[in-house]
Write a protein that binds this ligand. Structure first.
Ligand SMILES: C[C@H](O)[C@H](O)[C@H]1CNC2=NC(N)=NC(=O)C2=N1
Length: 103
């Protein structure tokens, strides 16, 4: 998936319960906020996602305060949402669940 083509947010969101259109963003992007037990758990999640992001060569935009991680995903190279965003979002959901995240 080196040159992903745009699938758009609706197709992505249909496969990603818990995710939403990033409404405050002028760009086409999807977002989800995870809450963990504490900072250590949140940062452990981010570390696992960072390793996956490097493998995919696809990187999240995210913001962390203590136990909260806000994520925005979009594919800069495609000017929109692609299969790479679905792949990274799905990995994040599994990692967050394994780390005991609450919505
Ligand atoms: C050169 C490198 O492959 C590109 O810049 C990659 C890196 N990570 C990326 N991450 C995201 N989210 N979108 C991209 O288009 C993107 N492109």
């Amino acid at each position: 998936m080196s040159r992903p083509s745009r699938i758009g947010p609706d197709a992505a969101l249909a496969r990603l319960p818990g995710w939403a259109r990033a409404a405050k963003d002028a760009r086409e992007a999807i977002t989800r906020t995870y809450r963990f037990a504490d900072f250590n758990t949140a940062f452990g999640f981010m570390t696992r996602v960072a390793i996956k992001a490097e493998q995919l060569d696809h990187h999240p935009e995210w913001f962390n305060v203590y136990n909260r991680v806000e994520v925005v995903l979009t594919t800069h190279d495609a000017d929109g949402v692609t299969e790479l965003d679905v792949a990274l979002a799905s990995f994040m959901d599994a990692a967050a669940q394994a780390a005991g995240a609450q919505d």
